[in-house]
Design a protein around this ligand. Structure first.
Ligand code: TRP
Length: 334
């Protein structure tokens, strides 16, 4: 079977290194072999940012730039905007008829995101965003979903929704599978569990070498290590986790020297900053070229969304037929 890839990101800020290792790197490679769709999830962003729509609007083109700079090729990948595909909203409604509120309440990612954000009451749209994500995936008939580890419960929920749809009506969609990056989760600069754009502990992909150096120098390290000769604990140090992610060939060496107290934190930091800058350099160059042609970015988004919409309409017609609510056949109004 020919695989079809769909991934996407909530448009709430620029993308960072965590996105890169968790899924973006995978996408850039996969587009060479498979049909790829990349979703700019602005509706999903509004589930938490409905009171700040300007953040969503302002980041749409930033994220598009991040994609292009990271090597997403618009000739091989279809970039599209979620809010401009009304069929996604329509399919979300049909799915929501049979998805139980309890299954959403028990979704571990919903639970932890709600806790992180301090939500005591869950809005309908927030609680239901896994259903809308299932619609994103189903409408594209995607089979492989490169995402970070935190998204696995949503892909699991999508599979359940699709199976239920097939049991109720008839098979229309393939069952998608999650594809997780080699480094599923990158820790934050503050030593937190996860690099995140909201918590201010991230290195965004558009960082200059100087910004990377500063962020890394300020980052938390093993708190028990005060003098260079103190033995370090690389397993709890975010800097070491970055060595594993971005400096794999030297990581073992760093581990040994840190544990034995023979490399200082500032040298260790300088080395990883150098590696990160090496990774970001071609992205920064590409970004500089692309940013000279802002109109072209809009054209890429418009033509990608148009392409995705054709596919979404076809899928929705089959959905209506499967459900027995295609009253007048296809293209009634065209
Ligand atoms: N929830 C995803 C995230 O936060 C973004 C997303 C929305 C997505 N729709 C999707 C990812 C469909 C994969 C497929 O990263």
């Amino acid at each position: 079977m020919q695989e079809r890839i769909l991934t996407g990101d909530r448009i709430t800020g620029k993308l960072h290194l965590g996105h890169y290792v968790g899924s973006l790197k995978n996408r850039v490679e996969l587009q060479n072999s498979y049909e790829c769709f990349v979703l700019l999830a602005d509706v999903q962003a509004l589930t938490t940012h409905f009171n700040h729509p300007a953040i969503v609007r302002d980041n749409l083109r930033n994220v598009a730039m991040d994609y292009l700079a990271a090597g997403i090729d618009p000739n091989r990948s279809t970039l599209f905007i979620q809010s401009m595909i009304p069929e996604i909203a329509e399919l979300t409604v049909y799915f929501s008829m049979f998805v139980t509120v309890n299954s959403l309440r028990h979704n571990p990612t919903i639970k932890s995101e709600a806790a992180e954000r301090g939500y005591t009451q869950l809005n309908y749209g927030f609680l239901g965003y896994p259903v809308s994500q299932a619609a994103d995936i189903a409408i594209c008939r995607a089979t492989l979903i490169p995402v970070g580890e935190d998204q696995v419960p949503h892909i699991e929920q999508t599979r359940k929704i699709i199976r239920r749809f097939h049991d109720l009506y008839r098979p229309v969609f393939p069952e998608p599978q999650a594809l997780i990056g080699a480094i599923p989760r990158l820790s934050g600069l503050d030593g937190g569990r996860k690099m995140g754009k909201s918590s201010g502990n991230a290195i965004s992909l558009d960082s200059s070498p100087q910004q990377v150096n500063e962020l890394i120098q300020k980052a938390t390290t093993d708190p028990e290590r005060i003098h260079k000769s103190d033995p370090g604990h690389p397993d709890i140090c975010p800097i070491y986790s970055y060595h594993k992610a971005f400096n794999a060939p030297q990581a073992e060496d760093i581990y040994r020297n840190c544990s034995q107290g023979t490399i200082g934190c500032s040298e260790c930091k300088a080395r990883i900053a150098g590696q990160i800058n090496k990774l970001l350099e071609p992205m920064n160059e590409r970004r500089e070229t692309i940013s000279k042609y802002p109109k072209q970015i809009d054209e890429i988004l418009i033509s990608g969304t148009e392409r995705a919409r054709v596919l979404a309409r076809e899928t929705m017609q089959e959905v209506r037929e499967a459900m027995g609510i295609a009253y007048f056949g296809p293209n009634t109004f065209q």
